[in-house]
Write a protein that binds this ligand. Structure first.
Ligand code: NDP
Length: 456
């Protein structure tokens, strides 16, 4: 028998923690887990899942409008925020139970409380109980951060956006990243007046430039008042709402200000410093390729390590950790060609390198790009355009980046990511026969190289 209460103690019951627990338990480890809030973590409780449900809900606005061109007479639709939120909450509660069940079914002992480190093998559970473990996994995730401006306390974040009692008539969303673009689409679809304020030149820094420009133009067409090179200096209460002071000296009045200005790792107060677990300047836990921290028996996975903050990546890190430490199969996660989608309206799907990054890495590259009006828009009359883009290493013909802005871009890019993972060449794309009529078929019919940036 081990000298410890558990072979593995996991702090955090989110995506990374649950996968690590299940796999480790499958290898025979005695597992304990502590979760201070709700099982499921950010993704299930206040991230990907409720967000996607709100995206689905808000997209109906476009569908009702589009239906007329196909002969439908739709009475003026009305929307009830309270129903949307209540139904979403019911689904999240169902998933939370399932997540808790995943731990229980794996044989893990669960503690519904905050846990902190006392020493390298000892965890203190809030309330006083102390447990010991051979290995400890920190999977505590992250939290939204607000800009350091006066009045920041008046802003909400995505955490609160999921629980607003009323749909704001006017909302300002700060930031140009995933969350800002996604919530701009959500609130816009539900009928709020949305102004999105981004400090930089163009939203989605780090994405392909054509994709950024195209998305920005399309979002504006849907009614989002997107203002770039615009930052907030102060927020204060006014007589009719919240007053936002902008860097250009002007002000805006809204009912709600949402900060979507990045997330920070949840490392405060965990006892990391005392135990010797190193963190970086952002507060993220520093780990090696096997998710091992500076203290050899302590590991960390997911957003708390701030490597690639995506749910499927955290799951893969948790799995690889368990295989490595409890399965005798050392495995590092491969971060190459990880696909991602921004569930903005329209959606962005991306895998591999942007044109600029590919140019830096490979020198000579070929670009294939198409923009077109989707077939549905011909009858709906909606003013929208899809963009698709292939980035190809000219020397080897390897496709090194695939990007799309358009309906179901996430679904489409997921399949293409398999091709990139398999090392697909442009010749493979050319040899593939399209599915007609789809938007996705354009990915296998692009023949002309382009030299100029896209015009938007
Ligand atoms: P991001 O890092 O994507 O974006 C943060 C945005 O806020 C950037 O536009 C950034 O600007 C801006 N910003 C940061 N600090 C300030 C500040 N002090 N003042 C003004 N603007 C600021 O973070 P998100 O919060 O949107 O999302 C966090 C992460 O969660 C994402 O990076 C992603 O990994 C993950 N996520 C994934 C989703 C998905 O897969 N669909 C959905 C949601 C989140 P700048 O560019 O100038 O730095």
């Amino acid at each position: 028998m081990s000298q410890y209460d558990f072979d593995l103690f996991v702090i955090g019951g989110g995506s990374g923690g649950v996968r690590a627990s299940r796999i480790a338990a499958g290898y025979g480890a005695r597992v304990g887990v502590a979760e201070e809030y709700r099982y499921g973590g950010t993704c299930v409780i206040r991230g990907c899942v409720p967000k996607k449900l709100l995206v689905y809900g808000s997209e109906y606005a476009h569908a009702f409008e589009d239906a007329a061109g196909f002969g439908w007479t739709v009475p003026k639709p009305t929307f009830d925020w309270a129903t949307m939120i209540a139904n979403k909450d019911k689904e999240i509660a169902r998933l939370e139970k399932i997540y808790h069940g995943l731990f229980v079914n794996a044989g893990a002992k669960t503690f519904e409380a905050r846990a902190t480190l006392k020493d390298a093998h000892t965890v203190v559970i809030e309330g006083g109980e102390t447990v010991t473990a051979d290995k400890i996994l920190i999977a505590t995730g992250g939290h939204p951060s607000k800009p350091a401006v006066p009045g920041a306390e008046l802003m909400i974040t995505s955490n609160e956006a999921f629980h607003l009692t009323e749909l704001p008539k006017r909302i300002a969303i700060l930031g140009g990243g995933f969350i800002a673009c996604e919530f701009a689409g959500i609130f816009n679809g539900f009928g709020s007046e949305v102004v999105q304020l981004y400090r930089g030149e163009q939203i989605l820094r780090g994405f392909d430039q054509d994709i950024r420009d195209h998305l920005a133009a399309e979002m504006k067409k849907t009614g989002v008042d997107l203002r770039v090179k615009t930052d907030v200096t102060k927020v204060e209460k006014g007589s009719g709402g919240l007053i936002i002071h902008l860097t250009d000296g002007t002000t805006l009045e809204v009912d709600c200000v949402m900060a979507a200005t990045g997330r920070k790792p949840n490392t405060d107060g965990l006892g990391l410093e005392a135990v010797g677990v190193k963190t970086d300047e952002e507060g993220a836990i520093v780990v090696d390729a096997y998710s091992q921290t500076s203290v050899p028996n302590i590991y960390a996975v997911g957003d708390v390590t701030n490597r690639m903050n995506l749910t499927p990546v955290a799951i893969r890190e948790g799995h690889a950790f368990a295989d490595t430490v409890f399965g005798g199969k050392p495995r590092a996660v491969d971060y190459q060609n990880v696909p991602a989608a921004v569930f903005s309206q329209p959606t962005v799907g991306t895998v591999g390198l942007s044109e600029a990054d590919a140019r830096k890495k490979y020198g000579e590259i070929d670009i294939y790009r198409t923009t077109f009006r989707p077939m549905k828009a011909t009858l709906s009359g909606r003013d929208e355009r899809v963009m698709m883009k292939l980035v190809v290493d000219a020397k080897t013909d390897a496709v090194v980046g695939v990007h799309m802005v358009g309906h179901e871009a996430g679904e489409i890019i997921q399949g293409i990511a398999i091709a990139l993972k398999a090392g697909a060449k442009k010749a493979h794309f050319d040899a593939t026969i399209g599915i007609h009529p789809t938007a996705a078929e354009e990915f296998v019919t692009m023949r002309e190289k382009v030299r100029e940036p896209a015009k938007v």
